[in-house]
Design a protein around this ligand. Structure first.
Ligand SMILES: NC(=O)c1ccc[n+]([C@@H]2O[C@H](COP(=O)([O-])OP(=O)(O)OC[C@H]3O[C@@H](n4cnc5c(N)ncnc54)[C@H](O)[C@@H]3O)[C@@H](O)[C@H]2O)c1
Length: 246
């Protein structure tokens, strides 16, 4: 049997990278998928490549969009089992040179976005009698990286939000877990990886000897979305090629 047979899943940030890979893999494993992104062109492209998927335009940092995302998914598919809070952005700067507007945007998308989508998804999961929420955090939530203060703070916060929601909703049979990707080849890391010196340095810290593919994270999300992980909640799974070993 397919691993997500009969399940309904929302994947945010599914227009690109990790989210797109997860939407495709979730659907291949039997899920009905709502592809969510604020980038309409990319989101529609993902949805059109998946049979039975729908695209919902949503900026996860906006309360009304998060509410509508969940409502439209339930209206279309009848319930909600899986929420993959994956949309995220990065802005460069340490605590001194980060502009306040950049700080706000990073926290709004990476942390508040996961809160808002969960806020509306959890009551639907309670109705369904079960649920799995997966948050894409980062190794930048586990160890510090120079020059991305807001991003590190947002991902550290997201790991604690994961634990807090896991504790609150375990009695309702809702599991909440975080994945911490290492360096994955996506649009987000394109500029860094195009810089030869930076690329070599990233590769050196990734002890497994290669950088990650979006599918490396999508398969971890598949496990956490499926009933195979029914005894796993509140955990933070590093999928980082060994970056955080040392
Ligand atoms: N690529 C990496 O090395 C890496 C490492 C650690 C964590 N992550 C995390 O993985 C997640 C996915 O990133 P990716 O690498 O696939 O990047 P990506 O840029 O390829 O994809 C991110 C997607 O999120 C969407 N998005 C951004 N803001 C949004 C918003 N407000 N509402 C809805 N959608 C929005 C974008 O349009 C895009 O489609 C992010 O949370 C990122 O922080 C990535």
């Amino acid at each position: 049997m397919a691993r997500l047979e009969g399940k309904v899943a929302i994947v945010t940030g599914a227009g690109s990278g990790i989210g797109r890979a997860a939407a495709i893999i979730f659907a291949r494993e039997g899920a009905k998928v709502a592809v969510a992104d604020y980038d309409e062109k990319n989101g529609r492209e993902t949805a059109s490549s998946i049979s039975g998927a729908i695209f919902i335009k949503a900026d996860v940092s906006k309360n009304s969009d998060a509410k509508k995302l969940v409502a439209d998914t339930v209206k279309k598919f009848g319930k909600l089992d899986v929420l993959f809070n994956n949309a995220g952005i990065v802005r460069w700067g340490n605590a001194v040179d980060t502009k306040e507007e950049d700080w706000n945007r990073v926290i709004d998308v990476n942390l508040k976005g996961a809160f808002l989508c969960s806020k509306y998804a959890i009551p639907e999961m309670i109705k369904a009698g079960r649920g799995s929420i997966i948050n894409t955090a980062s190794i930048a939530g586990l160890v510090a990286f120079g020059g991305i203060a807001a991003y590190c703070a947002s991902k550290g916060g997201l790991i604690q939000l994961t634990r807090s929601m896991a504790l609150d909703f375990a009695p309702k049979n809702i599991r909440v877990n975080a994945i911490c990707p290492g360096i994955i080849k996506t649009a987000m890391t394109k500029d860094i990886l195009n810089n030869k010196e930076m690329m070599q340095s990233m590769l050196k810290s990734t002890v497994i000897g290669r950088l990650g593919e979006p599918e490396d994270i999508a398969y971890a999300a598949l496990y956490l979305a499926s009933d195979e992980s029914s005894f796993v909640t509140g955990t933070t799974l590093a999928v980082d090629g060994g970056w955080t070993i040392q």
